[in-house]
Design a protein around this ligand. Sequence first.
Ligand SMILES: *Cc1c(COP(=O)(O)O)cnc(C)c1O
Length: 244
Amino acid sequence: MPERERERLDGVLAEMRAAAGRSGRDPGSVELMLVTKTVDASRIAPFVERGHRLFGENKVQEAKAKWGGGELAGYRPDFIGHLQTNKVKACLESCGRIHAVDRMGLVVALDRELRKRGEERDVFLQVNTSGEPSKFGVPPHEAVALAEAVSAYPSLRVAGLMTLAAFSTDPEKSRPCFRLLRSLREEVLRRRIFGPEFRHLSMGMSGDFGVAVEEGATIVRVGSAVFGHRSTPNSLYWPDHPSE
Ligand SMILES: *Cc1c(COP(=O)(O)O)cnc(C)c1O
C-alpha cells in the first residue's frame, strides 16, 4: 500500500481511538468502513491484503465491475448507496449488507428476491436526520413505523440504522443528526421491534467521523480521508431529485 495511504489510514484509526477515549467508549466497539467508490481495484487490493475486510460502494454497476472478479474476487463490499428496485438483484449478487433501506417498495423488492435465493440479508434502515430534501432516508418521525413494517419480513435482518448528516465543513453541525439517530435506535430497542442483532449505528464520514464516534457510531464510513479527494461531485451519489 502506498506510504501516503497507509499514513492516512493510521491517522483515521488514531482519531477513532481518540474519539472513543473522549466519550468513554471501547475503541473495539467501532469499525472503519473504507468507502471505495471511484477507487480502482488495484488500489483497494493492498487494503484487503493487509487484512481490512469492511468496504462500501455507492453504485451497483461499479460494485459489480470492481468486486465481481479479478483481484477482489471472493470479497464483497457493503452497499451504501440509494438502491433502485430494478437494481436489487444485481446488488444482492455483488454486495453484502445493504445500508440504505428507506421505503417499503424497496423492502418488498428485496424480500421477493431474497426468498427466490433462499437467503436472509443484513440491512440498515436509512433515516434522513438532517431534513435536507436532497438526502434519501425515511423522515425521523416515520422511522419507528418503518422498523415495525420491516419486522414482518424475516428475510431482512435489520442490523441497525444509517444516516448521512448535514453537509458542512463544521463537524459539530453533524452532532444533532447523530444524536437523533442514536435516540431512534433507543426507541426501536425499547419497543422490542427487533432482537439484539439490531445494534448498529452506521454514521460519520471523512469530515465528521470523530463526532460520530463520540455519539455512538458502531460503523464509520470513510472514503476521501484515506483515498484522497474524489474528482466526481457528491451530487452524483446523492442526487437532488430522487427518481423514486
Ligand atoms: C462516499 C460516501 C461516504 C464517504 O464519504 P467521504 O466524505 O469520502 O468519507 C460515506 N457514506 C456514503 C453513503 C457515501 O456515498
